[in-house]
Design a protein around this ligand. Structure first.
Ligand code: GLU
Ligand code: MG
Length: 485
């Protein structure tokens, strides 16, 4: 099959959209719409004072691509209450813009309303005159759209809150900066991995990336040159889960914009050069109750509390299914190879960068705030809202089941024989998209949490992308996806 978007096999599928089946209870009444419009007034004035004339209303689709409708600032207040129209069909778009279909979503019919999150409307430091706002998607009659990934994430946060839990999360952002020369990636710097040389080579660029992100109200915790050619990384401060997903989207768009102002391209793809070390999108998370971090201060291993371990156990046990959500592309499996610090084994370990689940205890004296779990197998092709929502759902299922963590794995599991791995109960995570999609399909926990319209649309895109790249060489997969996310 061709990989060229323009040659996609069936760009206009015939299934009818069934928005009714994909809608939640009515939540936006006329008076609520009026109230939202009123609340948007001061936000619009703040944006105007910052020189904004146009707002980019963004959501991330099931292929992990950030899609957008923009509106002049003069339409912003109305959009806050009534939304901006956009087809539901984007939920069955593939990474190449080909269109598949799912039981509830597909075809040319229907319309959704993009309603901006007012608290996240942000002037864009590297795009003068522009602002960014993530959106929640509603049907025309004001019902929460069941295919909306951000609403799914919010629902999981609410479920956790009902049980007295809050979570803090953040995404690490790795990217490769360079040029595309006839389909080949040419890095923008030559210096060694983690080397100061790269920062000197890219001095203004690196500083402007950090400054632009901080100007947008996001705290940068650290920045460093990574291992692969032209690869850099930003770590940002933890946030509530939906906020962390918003941050991940905004940080990447900012890095992309600064890159282009320097005549460079940024690749967030899982695999930038076939066979090389790829870009991860590791997620850090901690779980809290009554102001206490449940990953420390308890009687369990490394101070885990019973609930903290159960949450971690739930995530651990569902890692094969979660891999479909966090590593959702055919290209993701070019990155997921042993001994590349991508965490391709279903195991955990304190500070073990080859375990899919790394326990970070933090330094003595600040463990109460720093102890966290890092899911290492995920990448930035993932929809971050689906990542935070599904990780929360997995952790909550672990708490409901009283899950525990198995024995810790120390060192690189790739150094163990098959017999040793199986004696320790350590499995390799899925090595292909069809394999992870099958694990997800079999997960009742994630099917129930996501709800059928979202779950089926997400799986339909996985199947379509697996078909798209079936029998295609790694080099061609990488060339087709390098600049898509
Ligand atoms: N680039 C590695 C990955 O693919 C991660 C390196 C690190 O541990 O930061 O996930
Ligand atoms: Mg890294």
């Amino acid at each position: 099959m061709s990989m060229r978007p323009s040659e996609a096999a069936d760009p206009v599928p015939s299934a009818e959209v069934s928005q009714e089946a994909a809608a939640g209870p009515v939540i936006l009444t006329a008076s609520e719409r009026a109230a939202l419009t009123g609340l948007a007034g001061p936000v619009a004035r703040r944006l105007e004072a910052a020189g904004v004339t146009v707002v980019a209303l963004c959501f991330v689709d099931n292929a992990g691509v950030t899609r957008v409708k923009a509106a002049p600032l003069g339409r912003f207040e109305r959009a806050a209450g009534w939304g901006i129209g956009m087809s539901p069909v984007f939920d069955v778009f593939g990474v190449d813009d080909s269109i598949t279909t799912s039981p509830h979503i597909g075809g040319p019919g229907g319309d959704l309303r993009l309603i901006p999150a007012l608290d996240r409307a942000t002037p864009l430091a590297a795009q003068p005159g522009w602002a960014f706002a993530p959106v929640d998607r509603y049907t025309q009659d004001g019902r929460a759209y069941a295919g909306c990934q951000r609403s799914f994430a919010r629902a999981q946060v609410a479920r956790a809150a009902e049980q007295g839990f809050t979570a803090r999360m953040s995404f690490e952002i790795e990217w490769a900066v360079g040029h595309d020369e006839d389909g080949r990636f040419v890095p923008a710097c030559d210096g060694p991995g983690y080397g100061m040389t790269r920062i000197i080579e890219l001095s203004d660029y690196s500083r402007e990336v950090i400054e632009a992100i901080e100007a947008q109200g996001i705290v940068v915790e650290q920045f460093h040159p990574e291992y692969a050619a032209g690869q850099l990384e930003i770590s940002i401060a933890p946030n509530d889960p939906v906020g962390a997903a918003d941050d991940s989207v905004l940080v990447r768009q900012t890095i992309r914009a600064v890159s282009q102002r320097h005549g460079l391209l940024a690749s967030f793809a899982p695999s930038v050069v076939a066979g090389g070390v790829g870009n991860g999108g590791h997620v850090h998370l901690s779980l809290w109750r009554d102001g206490s971090n449940l990953l420390t201060g308890g009687d369990g291993r490394y101070g885990l509390t019973k609930e903290g371990e159960a949450f971690a156990g739930g995530v651990h046990d569902l890692l094969p299914a979660l891999t479909a959500i966090g590593s959702p592309s055919v290209a993701s499996y070019l990155r997921l190879v042993p001994s590349h610090w991508a965490g391709v084994y279903q195991c955990w370990g304190r500070e073990n960068r080859e375990a899919a689940l790394r326990l970070v205890t933090g330094s003595s004296g600040e463990r109460d705030i720093r102890a966290n779990l890092e899911v290492k197998c995920f990448d930035l092709a993932a929809n971050p809202y689906l990542v935070v929502g599904s990780v929360l759902a997995a952790g909550l299922s672990g708490i409901a089941a009283g899950a525990t963590l198995p024995a810790e794995i120390v060192g690189d599991p790739a150094g163990l024989t098959d017999a040793e791995l199986s004696a320790r109960g350590v499995g390799r995570l899925p090595t292909s998209l069809p394999e992870s999609a099958a694990a997800l399909q079999a997960s009742d926990v994630l099917a129930e949490a996501m709800g059928e319209p979202l779950f089926e649309a997400f799986l339909a895109v996985r199947r379509a992308e697996a078909d798209l790249f079936a029998g295609v060489s790694p080099e061609q997969v990488v060339a087709a996806t390098r600049w898509r996310w």
